[in-house]
Design a protein around this ligand. Structure first.
Ligand code: 2P0
Length: 320
């Protein structure tokens, strides 16, 4: 009863923010993302009837913070009367810092738990299970450009375009490696309950999804850039206007945004997106990647820069 699985984080170009059903963790809006290639979380999982409690190590060190959510995820996949598990996670990027570490973690653990217990579930079922633990994790079950669509009782996730057919690059400018001040789950609820912009956000999401879907189908970079930046800034405006306000940005986030604007003015194919953290993700045309990377590396307050392409779906590595 052991298995390991690997998943890559994904970044949303059209964002998920807000829930329509908290109990089942169903999102209020659809979303479109790209699955990354070179950032990963690998989960090794072993169920053992001799254990008294679940345990977790992250990159070799014991970790209590994430354990309760992972245990709940195992209960969902295997059932609450399951044997206890030891979980070893390996991750090559900062955790809980707005780089979608929960998406890759829950995608990987869901696959590992199903495989370790001999449940050979299809991707749609795995995506729905992973999404119960973390809404964005459902998207990491697929590679390339991915759309998550709301259905009546669940979500439907599909690949819109594979990575090879439009090999955009992503430069991630890290401006802070510590954990974010407030988790997305809590911040989403504050937005839903208090932001005067929340209902408009939900109402207009289908328009942004349609534009992005079309831009991806036709490989129209300027069109994708315009709608992705608009959707990102709209999400953050909604958070800024909530009570209490949620502000994930720092001064370096703003400096990076100005760098991207300057690159755009000089004719480079690049746009930014920002998630629940202070990092900037600059999506760029392959031929402009090095210039974007150099400019962001030289931007005030940037502590590290990672470069990644668009990657494949999460998958099982081995199971016995
Ligand atoms: C996204 N984010 O679409 C958006 C953009 C952050 C900003 O999905 O409550 O960690 O666990 O379902 O999946 C982060 O949300 O939230 C997220 P839960 P999750 O990527």
């Amino acid at each position: 009863m052991r298995a390991s699985a690997i998943a890559q984080p994904n970044i949303a170009l059209i964002k998920y923010w807000g829930k329509r059903d908290i109990e089942r963790n169903l999102p209020a809006v659809g979303s479109i993302s790209i699955t990354l290639k070179d950032l990963f979380t690998e989960m090794q999982l072993e169920f053992d009837t001799s254990l008294d409690a679940d345990s977790l190590t992250v990159n070799g060190a014991r970790d209590e913070a994430m354990l309760p959510r992972l245990s709940t995820c195992l209960d969902l996949v295997v059932g609450e009367d399951r044997p206890r598990a030891s979980i070893a996670s390996r991750c090559n990027f900062p955790i809980a810092a707005g780089l979608a570490s929960s998406a890759s973690a829950f995608a990987a653990i869901t696959i590992a738990a199903a495989e370790a217990t001999g449940q050979h579930l299809d991707t749609a079922a795995l995506a729905n299970l992973a999404g119960r633990s973390s809404g964005s994790a459902a998207r990491s079950l697929y590679g390339g450009f991915v759309e998550l669509e709301n259905r009546e009782q669940d979500v439907a996730v599909r690949e819109l375009r594979d990575a090879a057919s439009w090999p955009l690059q992503v430069v991630v400018a890290i401006t802070e490696t510590g954990p974010k001040p407030i988790g997305s789950t809590e911040a989403m609820e504050i937005s839903r309950k208090t932001s005067p912009f929340y209902s408009n956000w939900v109402e207009k999401q289908n328009e942004d999804l349609a534009l992005a879907r079309d831009a991806i189908a036709t490989k129209d970079f300027p069109k994708l850039a315009a709608v992705a930046e608009h959707n990102c800034l709209k999400m953050h405006s909604m958070m800024w206007a909530s009570r209490p306000p949620t502000v994930y940005w720092n001064s370096a986030t703003m400096h990076c945004l100005q760098t991207v604007r300057k690159l755009q003015r000089s004719g480079l194919g690049v746009f930014f997106t920002i998630d629940a953290g202070p990092q900037i993700k600059a999506v760029c045309l392959p031929e402009h990647t090095q210039e974007v990377r150099s400019a962001l590396t030289a931007t005030a307050g940037v502590v590290d820069v990672m470069l990644t392409g668009i990657g494949e779906a999460a998958h099982c590595l081995d199971a016995t």
